[in-house]
Design a protein around this ligand. Structure first.
Ligand code: ZN
Length: 139
């Protein structure tokens, strides 16, 4: 069992961050930051809501996993992200329990995080991102 994970954010695939932002502004939610994650070929906007955040994901390239998601399913809910203390330990534990992970090693995510994804086929149809903040290691 993973110790006290927190809901870090909810990831939503959008055709364009600007049109996504317009919707959330109408709901009283403002953007905090926008950054590009080159590895995953996405531009991401973070919108704080209470103790968690909404993450809007816009593909920067046709080969982006988000571009493929938009083609297959259109815009909408993409993943949920749980913040964990030690992403490698969480990965080792989940793969031991038979969960399918999308990578063998964690990858660089937005906001100085190391992340790993659990395949939706082994997680009840939900793509789950596990995220460990590594910001403290770089300061
Ligand atoms: Zn995410």
């Amino acid at each position: 069992m993973i110790e006290k994970p927190e809901l870090d954010h909810i990831g939503i695939a959008v055709d364009s961050i600007d049109s996504g932002l317009a919707i959330y502004r109408s709901l009283g939610i403002e953007v905090q930051s926008v950054e590009e994650v080159a590895d995953q070929k996405v531009r991401v906007a973070f919108l704080p809501v209470g103790d968690t955040r909404i993450e809007l994901l816009e593909p920067t390239d046709d080969t982006s996993p988000i571009a493929r998601h938009l083609e297959r399913r259109g815009a909408g809910l993409h993943h949920i992200c749980l913040r964990v203390a030690d992403v490698r330990a969480a990965m080792a534990q989940l793969s031991e329990e038979g969960y399918r992970l999308l990578s063998e090693e964690p990858v660089q995510g937005a906001h100085d995080c190391l992340v790993c994804f659990v395949h939706p086929k082994s997680a009840g149809g939900v793509l789950i991102e596990l995220s460990e903040s590594i910001a403290s290691y770089e300061s």
